[in-house]
Structures are given as C-alpha cells and as structure tokens.
Design a protein around this ligand. Structure first.
Ligand code: TXA
Ligand code: MG
Length: 350
C-alpha cells in the first residue's frame, strides 16, 4: 500500500490535508494522526471493514477493544445507551483531554470495536489536528496507538513511519505528542468507577470530581496473576524494546550504584548496555548508553520521554537496558505501569 506522509503545523493547520485525510477515513481507509497523548491509527468507527484493517495493520489481537474518538460531547450520545451523570461530570471537567471513559455501548457500535464487550471506550482528544480531522470526517474515529502491537507507543511521526509505513494510507506528522503516555481509562459502568489504565489524568484529579474512584485490582498484579485486568489490553506484554529490560528499585543512591555494577558486568560480557536515568542521576554513570528520561521533580517530563527513549535504545542496538524506578505517585504511577510492562515485570532491588 502507498503511504502518503503529510506534515501539518498545529498552529496553522492546512485544511486541505485535513480534508484529504477525512476523505480517506470516510471511504474506509487508515490515517495515523497526532494526539496529545500518543499518535493514533484512525478509521471510521462505524465501518466494520475499516476497523478490521486497523487490527490487521497493527497485528493487534482481536480480543483487545478500541477507543472511539469524538470531537464534541454531543457526539457521544449516539454511541452509548445513556450518558451516566458521572461520565458527564468527567467529560465537562477533563475533555478535550487524556481521559477515556467506558460506558454501555449503543447498537451503532460494531462488535469488532468492543471485542464483543457490551461497553465502549470513548475519548475526546485535545490535539487540534485530531479534533479537526474527526470534525472533517463527520464520523466517530476508532484509534488505537499507531504502533505495531507490543512495541512502545509512538510519540513522533517518525515512530509511526518505522512501524506502519506501507500499511496505512496516510500518516500526518504534527510534531511531538506532548504527554507521551496513553490516556487514563476509567470505567463508569461499575460502582465505584474503576481506573483501568493509569495515565495523564491522575487518581487525585478524578476524585476531585467523583469522590470515590478505585484502581482495577487486576492492574497491580503481575502478568502471570489470575486476576484479569478489566481492560483487555492491559494483560498483554507491551511497550517492549527489543533489548531485555529490568527496572532497578530502591534508594536513589543505591540504584545508581547497582546500575553501575550491572553495566560493568554486562559490558565485560561484550553486550551493549542502555541506562534510563534522570536529570538528577545522569552524571553518576561511568559507562553505557545513558539517556535521561527527565526531571524527577517534574514527572510529566519523564512521561513525555519514556517511549521515545525506549525506541532510541533500540536504534542504538542496546542488548540490555536498566531503568531507574520512579516514585509511583501521580503521573509517576502511569510511568511505572508502562515501565513494568516494558520490562516484563523484571525488577531488581538495589
Ligand atoms: O491516549 C490514548 O488513549 C491513545 C490515543 C491514540 O487516543 N489510544 C490508545 O488506544 O491508547 P489503545 O487501543 O492502544 O488502548 C486502548 C485501551 C486498551 O487497553 C483496551 O483494552 C482498553 O483501552 N479498552 C478499550 N475499550 C474497552 C472496553 N470497552 N472495556 C475495557 N477496556 C477497554
Ligand atoms: Mg496501544
């Protein structure tokens, strides 16, 4: 398949490109586009065949449902049985933005989107290119992250090109995705509502609006646990770099000491060793390919660099990666959730 790549300046959107992309969606094609979280791979959510081609392009397991993206709160009505009061409160507070809300689906939603579940995930992104595209297509847009299944999610058009060139009709390059981690997923069909995937909108922000919100118990368990996560996607190995990755946990000083020892040991064996460090520690490493994820006092910076750095270490042919653990509070919780998956739950105590 021929893939057209178009660059758009998000401050000055070229409407002709948007219209062309929207036409592709209307006729059942695939368009990768930027959102504020990660790049999405979009198709008309109401067209079963188009949605099928998303699964094919990504190599995504068919039991993993997709998020439907809208451009206005009013567009949600026809997609769900009803909009629960709690959902409406969340939409008013956090949309457009990195929050996906699970509700009971309407008959309009094809089963392929929800992997046969009777609920549907809906999100209104805040990225101007995403919004313009959905508006121009006049369709709800199904869009998973625009990566090959299992790879780190794309935060730049370059990452999408690496994974999906030749498999989609158009890739819109709109620069870096600011947040860098996928949206928070909250299920409001249960009481209390459950966070199925931590993300940019934190538990603290959610309880300001809903008072009682819990985490899906399936989230805290490791992969071989019997408690299944409610979001089918959370059970898969994910975000994996090609290298073997481990997280090193403990006091910060001990972490640096331990990683230095590990780097030495593996370099002696002739392996290329990557280190995911932070601004606070990056000068403490003697050897290896050291990347700083960001500033520990500003976890948003770490979130925005994580996936990019995993791909960068792949490019540099790292054989093995050691990552410093991050404090799992606020956005840090989402960071550690993605890191643990990337590391296949390999954690070394310092
Ligand atoms: O930030 C994001 O959410 C990005 C951008 C492109 O919007 N999209 C994204 O989509 O991350 P994806 O497909 O990579 O992740 C969707 C997650 C999966 O874990 C999936 O299992 C879960 O949402 N999900 C979707 N529908 C669901 C449903 N009805 N019930 C439970 N979980 C659901
Ligand atoms: Mg994904």
């Amino acid at each position: 398949m021929k893939t057209e790549i178009n660059k758009i300046d998000k401050q000055n959107i070229d409407i002709k490109v948007i219209e062309k992309a929207a036409d592709i969606i209307v006729v059942g094609g695939l368009v990768a586009f930027p959102t504020e979280t990660v790049y999405g791979l979009g198709a008309n959510a109401l067209d079963e065949n188009a949605v099928k081609s998303i699964f094919e392009a990504k190599g995504r397991p068919s039991d993993n449902p997709l998020i439907v993206h809208v451009a206005d709160i009013e567009d949600v009505e026809c997609l769900v049985r009803e909009i629960p009061t709690k959902a409406l409160l969340l939409m008013k507070k956090f949309w457009p933005g990195p929050l996906t809300i699970i509700m009971q689906k309407s008959k309009l939603i094809p089963d392929i989107i929800t992997a046969g579940l009777d609920t549907v995930a809906v999100r209104m992104p805040s990225h101007p290119i995403a919004i313009e595209l959905i508006r121009a297509a006049k369709k709800p847009v199904a869009a998973p992250s625009a990566n090959i299944s299992g790879r780190p999610s794309p935060t730049q058009a370059k990452h999408v090109i690496e994974d999906l060139f030749g498999k989609v009709d158009m890739i819109i390059d709109g620069g870096d995705s600011k947040i860098g981690l996928e949206s928070t997923v909250i299920d409001v069909t249960c009481d209390p509502p459950l966070i199925l995937r931590p993300g940019g909108i934190t538990h603290d922000q959610l309880i300001e609006v809903l008072e009682d919100v819990k985490f899906d118990p399936g989230l805290s368990k490791s992969m071989d646990s019997k408690t299944k996560p409610r979001a089918p996607g959370m059970k898969y190995t994910h975000y994996s770099p090609k290298a073997d990755m481990s997280i090193v946990d403990g006091q910060l000083e001990d972490i640096v000491k331990k990683i230095n020892q590990l780097v030495e040991t593996y370099m002696e064996k002739g392996l290329k060793v990557g280190v995911l460090a932070t601004e606070q520690t990056k000068f403490g490493y003697k050897d290896g390919i050291v990347l700083s994820l960001g500033d520990r006092s500003k976890p948003e910076t770490i979130a925005s660099n994580l996936f990019k750095s995993l791909r960068e270490l792949d490019e540099k042919n790292a054989d093995i990666i050691f990552a410093e653990s991050i404090e799992a509070v606020g956005v840090g919780l989402a960071i550690m959730n993605r890191m643990k998956k990337a590391a296949g739950y390999n954690i070394i105590s310092a």
